[in-house]
Design a protein. Structure first.
Length: 512
């Protein structure tokens, strides 16, 4: 008679699954709460303590850590010596392990618990059994997810010896334990943002987009798990219309979401290839949309629209006049949804669940060939108290407001980043160019006549005066930049000669 050991915290569908195992001829052994649930359901089940001859001790910390259990899990059926040792020690082989772990992820999210209570939810016996069973997958079926119960019963009934299937379950089980361990390691670190010698990151798959960056690439979207709690973002949005999301859709939607939250007042961002080609803040959503769209109508075509306000009918009616891929907002009425259906492929993403979303991931992780680069995210709020007006001319009140807006927008733009802003809107930008002069020229071309009277933000210092010279010729009157270049004095002197006002922030915001 095959034997199954069941020891689960998540008891979803446990009784039905166990009943199915009994029908397939399995003997059931179990521990603690799992035993109680099965016994109370009237199922034939034996306590592990009866098998081991040892009671649970240390408040349940030790119950399955026993040679009878681990011998039964680790014995290879193809090795006569292993089987002989089982007989010698009176150990019966275990053919299936059904186990999932203490809810450490949920426990650390409970801010009312102290460290001692959290530590008690670090599972020891569960991971040890799962690892043992997974190592011996050719002999033991290991099940860690209740969603697999139906498939397991069907497979065992037909051909439970399918090695590839067993191996897939073992891989899933090791992934389950590895993710769990990554959360425990993060919790135990004294400094959450430290860079340990060995770093593991737990992730859980959320969706499989239609394809990757290109149609021939496959892709998946994963949520990063953290002891700091759920990091809300685009993966929490509710899709209320349109086609499935693609890999690029997620990238652009994330950029648009962040851009739309740079101000508390009604703000609209229009993003193309992760760059906010349109960005504006106004007293009403429709005015913000119109100003953002006017920033670069050509680039806006086929872009992503995000707002920090629920979408209204007037703005929706205006939006469907142009082709957009995605619209993102914290709420859509049924009336608005009907208007947006005019564009049948338009993806409508409701971000109401995000609340006061704040993009503060604990680590910024980027892949490179052969590894990853890890850094603190650039979430530092600039201290305007250290900003210095370094030119003879002070900025006017309106110039100061434009400079602040341009500076907020510049950190969203890829380097070399140049942003022209006027009256709470971006009117031109240059991004991703190999030198800053080209970025300025590109922003001038985008802005056209609207460049006159604008404020310019640069994410890093101007290495030469040439960039500010062509900006001034286009009509820029105010500049904000970090400073720190070896020719700062030359650049400042030239700004004075051109009648510009300039602020040095002392903080750089590269975004490669």
């Amino acid at each position: 008679m095959p034997r199954a050991l069941l020891s689960v915290y998540d008891k979803t569908d446990l009784v039905d699954f166990s009943s199915g195992l009994l029908e397939l001829g399995f003997e059931l052994i179990s521990t603690g709460g799992t035993y109680t649930a099965l016994h109370e359901a009237g199922l034939a089940v034996v306590q592990v303590s009866e098998i081991t001859g040892s009671p649970e001790i240390l408040d349940g910390r030790v119950k399955t850590l026993h040679p009878t259990i681990h011998g039964g899990l680790l014995a290879r059926r193809d090795l006569p010596d292993h089987l002989s040792q089982l007989r010698e020690h009176g150990i019966t082989a275990i053919d299936m392990l059904v186990s999932n772990l203490y809810p450490f992820e949920a426990t650390v999210a409970d801010r009312t618990l102290d460290d001692g209570s959290i530590v008690e939810q670090i599972d020891i016996g569960g991971p040890a059994m799962i690892r043992a069973a997974s190592k011996n997958f050719t002999s033991v079926v290991v099940v860690t997810n209740p969603m697999d119960y139906g498939d397991v019963l069907n497979r065992v009934a037909i051909d439970g010896n399918d090695i590839e299937w067993r191996r897939a379950l073992a891989a899933r089980a090791f992934g389950h334990v590895s993710t769990y361990d990554s959360l425990v390691a993060e919790f135990l670190r004294i400094t959450p943002t430290e860079f340990p010698e060995e770093l593991s990151i737990g992730m859980r798959r959320v969706s499989i987009p239609r394809y990757g960056e290109n149609a021939h690439q496959s892709a998946a979207a994963y949520r990063r798990l953290s002891v700091r709690g759920t990091e809300l973002g685009m993966l929490d949005a509710v899709q209320r219309g349109g086609k499935e999301m693609s890999y690029n859709n997620y990238l652009d939607a994330d950029a648009a979401l962040v851009a739309s939250r740079i101000r508390k007042d009604p703000t609209v961002a229009i993003v193309k290839h992760t760059v906010p080609c349109g960005l504006a803040t106004r007293d009403s959503l429709i005015d913000a949309f119109n100003a953002a769209y006017a920033g670069d109508p050509i680039s806006a075509f086929g872009g992503i629209v995000a707002s920090n306000r629920p979408f209204d009918a007037e703005t929706a009616t205006k939006l469907v006049e142009t082709l957009f891929d995605i619209v993102i907002a914290p709420g859509f009425s049924n009336e608005v949804i009907e208007i947006l259906k005019i564009r049948k492929n338009l993806r409508v993403l409701d971000t109401s669940a995000l609340g006061d979303f704040s993009p503060t991931p604990p680590l910024d992780i980027r892949p490179i060939r052969g590894g990853f680069l890890v850094q603190e995210p650039d979430t530092q709020e600039d201290d305007q108290g250290i900003w210095q007006v370094v030119t003879e001319r002070q900025p006017t009140a309106s110039e100061r407001a434009d400079l602040e807006y341009a500076w907020s927008a510049a950190r969203l733009v890829k380097s070399n980043a140049i942003v022209f802003a006027k009256d709470g809107a971006v009117v031109g930008l240059g991004a991703g160019q190999p030198n800053r002069l080209e970025s300025v020229a590109l922003a001038i071309r985008k802005a056209g006549d609207r460049a006159r009277g604008t404020a310019l933000a640069s994410d890093a210092f101007f290495p030469f005066p040439d960039g500010i010279e062509i900006a001034a010729a286009a009509g820029v009157t105010a500049i904000i930049q970090p400073g720190g270049g070896m020719r700062d004095k030359t650049v400042i002197r030239r700004a004075d000669e051109l009648g510009l006002t300039m602020i040095l922030t002392g903080t750089r915001h590269f975004r490669h």
